[in-house]
Design a protein. Sequence first.
Length: 264
Amino acid sequence: MSKHRRARSRTPRPTRRVALAAAFGLLTLGAGWVYAADDPEGSEAGPQARADSRPPAQDRAARDADRGALQGLPGVSERTRARIPAESRQLILVTGKAKDSSESTATLYTRPAAGADWVRAESWPARNGAKGWSTERTYGDLTSPQGVFALTDAGGLLPKPPGTRLPYDKDGAFVATGRGVNGESLAGSFDYVVAIDFNRKPGTSPLDATKPEGERKGGNIWLHVDHDGPSQGCVGIPKQAMKKVLETLDPTAKPVIVMGPEGF
């Protein structure tokens, strides 16, 4: 038997259970955020746990994925989960195929109370920016902004679906002009929209052009009806899915959208 195996066999079982509990423990911070804690540096269990694991980077990624699955949000990094407000009880997760892909999946999640695990409701195919995702988006770069954003305002060319609780602006200006990135028709794209609170003023119509962080970042990033092609930065989902979203989102549940490539 190798030295490594002998060292591991002498580790008492209670200590290994403590190491596992520490690896998957949840610490609630004062501000109301939930943070999944790693093994503390220098703890009694830490060195032994690391000696038994895969290479550190792979081990961290695996533990992160496990924690995300346990909390009901697979494919979302610990850092991103920490940005989700504790009081949010409704969430749309848009998971891109890859950093430079315009294909993604949108999934609606709910949870019964703040801090509880997320429960998957429905999922739909989605399209995002033609050139994928960016954390430093600029106007015209054909990427969708990556991150966690509030969903506070809606609108569209059509009357609001029954049960819609978000503020809804029915306006004839919700008409897409021109053609899509691939030359496809944009007709009907803005029949229903939910504004994504990226570089915008919450509490206003999605049509409001105010950009608090400047014109360079662009704006008017919406969740809207898919037009069978990539977008310039918005997220498109099927028309029936948009109706479902509008019928479901509740301002009192502090809904958010979490969007980016898988694992972000």
